[in-house]
Design a protein around this ligand. Sequence first.
Ligand SMILES: [Zn+2]
Length: 145
Amino acid sequence: MDNSRVTPKRPLPVPPPESLPFWQAAHQRRLTFPRCDACGKSWFPPANLCPHCLSDGFHWEEACGRGKVFSFVVVHRVYHGYFANKVPYTVAVVELDEGPRILSNIVGVDPQKVHCNMAVQVAFDEAGPDMTLPLFAPVEAVRKS
Ligand SMILES: [Zn+2]
């Protein structure tokens, strides 16, 4: 067998302790983010202190799963062998309806048709036995599926 032709495994996030609750919820197909008990503001990525007021009191809130493309890039270069036949793909900052901005991929649409302010909805992608990735697809694509 010629191992050079084997597609490398999909690279997956290695969550730091402060984001484990986020990934555990995602694996249950729930999109969550931290919200401060002191000032009421939210943030992302997860951290154990509120970046707005430095309080360590916060709770995890479940997002509705909808948002809009805040910014994006279309990746054409293969940075990892897994993506050799997956370029081009879209990496985007999605602003959730609740406010936090999350780095993810836009799927279910030609990268050339992605635009800022495009309405998107979370589309969970089970990437492994312990890992489900919250990706985003145009709201129209989610309705059709
Ligand atoms: Zn705060």
